[in-house]
Design a protein around this ligand. Structure first.
Ligand code: EPZ
Length: 418
């Protein structure tokens, strides 16, 4: 098991290249099920979760080769069963449910179960598939979905769900007739999936808004597509540049995908300016406290909450962060408090008393974005060394973050642990 060891105090300076978006790569690889043949995805991030999705597709019988440029041939899919031992390691495997049902009329996918940050139900995925004519049975921890031919439906989601919207879009792409998804998720990754479905010959309109229309077609063709940049990786480096008082050019990112977080960072005192193919972030020595409430896109992203909590620890005053999306997404708090942060959590609200000099110690990663927050905290710890353990959480969503930070001047390394 690896750990990452950070010595604080360095000012990050230089350039960093952002990878393709994890949360676009996962649905796009699953979407290849819809189009028999060889689809090619470029700008694929080299992440554990992406490798797991490749394993799921191979289990189904697809031929999956490559890494940054990934070829997925689903000509001879033979299986419609996504087993527990794969789905439990990555709940986004549930994204094969819609495409398998659409193409084969049947799918058997392990219920993903919860994870560290919450229960993560999929009731909205199932409700929408039933509206399209599927019969859904839950047995022995599996979802068994059947439908000879899905039909279009008018679906209103009770909550805005990213993977739920994606599953329903993919199912509707091959359904008979027109489907409307109201209260759809508006994330850029949903738009990227709609772009791929349309490249395949599908007819999706409205993606990126809360009302998405899908006109079903008889068949879809394999595609070639370059995945959009990872806005959360970009945001994480923006916070790293800001809190270290650095000056970093963050390349291959689309600031329009992260307006809410960029606005908050500027409000707090950082300078964020568009630059060639990305943004330039110049940090500050003093930051104003702030209030954040996480919301579905285009609101402030829940995946940036932990990173901004580190910024709050050094702001001049008291900041408030309210987490509305997941019920247990403050697991970075006790670890940050062990680094001398002053944070009080009441329900979904965290109140952070700033101007606290953090000090390094050994901390435990608990989930993907909490791990990133602990690395950021280590970068600004005024004394001591920070050792972040269980960094396999981090490797799910960040490609060699220690190498990228080290190239920007951080004193950081990955070490093996017994
Ligand atoms: C996606 O998860 C992302 N993962 C998450 O990123 C992200 O935090 C989340 O969207 C919110 O933006 C991927 O895209 C692979 P949801 P997803 O369904 O789709 C409730 C990261 O760090 N809900 O949008 O699983 C749910 O409990 C990860 O990269 C239902 O009640 O999230 C939650 O409270 C973490 N019923 C809210 O909706 C459902 O059927 C939003 O969940 C589905 C969801």
């Amino acid at each position: 098991m690896d750990a990452i060891v950070v010595k604080g105090g360095a000012r990050l300076v230089g350039e960093v290249e952002i990878c393709g978006a994890k949360n676009a790569a996962l649905p796009l690889i699953a979407s290849a099920i819809l189009a028999p043949g060889r689809s090619i995805f470029k700008n694929v991030p080299l992440l554990r979760d992406v490798a797991t999705m490749g394993q799921v597709l191979r289990h189904l019988g697809a031929d999956v080769v490559g890494d940054r440029c990934l070829e997925v041939d689903t000509s001879s899919l033979a299986e419609v069963d996504a087993p527990y031992d794969l789905v439990r390691t990555m709940r986004a495997s549930v994204l094969v449910l819609g495409p398998l049902l659409a193409r084969f009329g049947r799918a058997r996918v392990s219920l993903p179960g919860g994870c560290a940050i919450g229960a993560r139900p999929i009731d909205q995925h199932l409700k929408g598939l039933e509206a399209m004519g599927a019969t859904i049975e839950l047995s022995e921890g599996y979802v068994e979905a059947r439908c000879k031919k899905l039909h279009g439906a008018q679906i209103t989601c009770d909550v805005q769900t990213v993977t739920g919207t994606m599953n329903l879009m993919m199912a509707a792409a091959l359904a008979r007739g027109r489907t409307t998804i109201e209260n759809a998720a508006c994330e850029p990754e949903v738009e990227d999936l709609a772009c791929v479905i349309n490249k395949m010959g599908g007819k999706v309109t409205g993606a990126g808004t809360s009302v998405v229309h899908i006109e079903g077609v008889d068949e879809l063709q394999p595609v070639e597509h370059a995945i959009i940049p990872d806005r959360i990786e970009a945001g994480t480096f923006m916070v790293a540049a800001a809190i270290t008082g650095g000056d970093v050019l963050i390349k291959n990112c689309l600031p329009e995908h992260l307006h809410a977080a960029i606005h908050k960072l500027e409000q707090a005192g950082a300078q964020v300016t568009p630059a060639a193919g990305g943004v330039r972030v110049v940090g500050a020595t003093h930051f104003s406290p702030f209030e954040i409430t996480t919301q579905p896109h285009p609101g402030f992203p829940t995946d940036m909450q932990a990173q901004f909590m580190v910024l709050a620890t050094v702001a001049d005053g008291q900041s408030t962060l309210i987490e509305t999306i997941f019920e247990n997404r403050f697991m970075h708090v006790p670890e940050l408090c062990r680094m001398n942060a002053a944070i009080k959590v009441r329900g979904r609200t965290a109140v952070v008393r700033g101007r606290r000099a953090l000090s390094g110690t050994t901390v435990m990663a608990s989930d993907l974005r909490a791990s990133a927050a602990l690395i950021l905290a280590g970068l600004i710890a005024e004394k001591g060394i920070t050792r972040v353990r269980r960094v396999y959480h981090l490797d799910r969503g960040y490609e060699r973050i220690e190498d990228k930070l080290s190239k920007l001047g951080a004193t950081i390394e990955r070490v093996k642990e017994a």
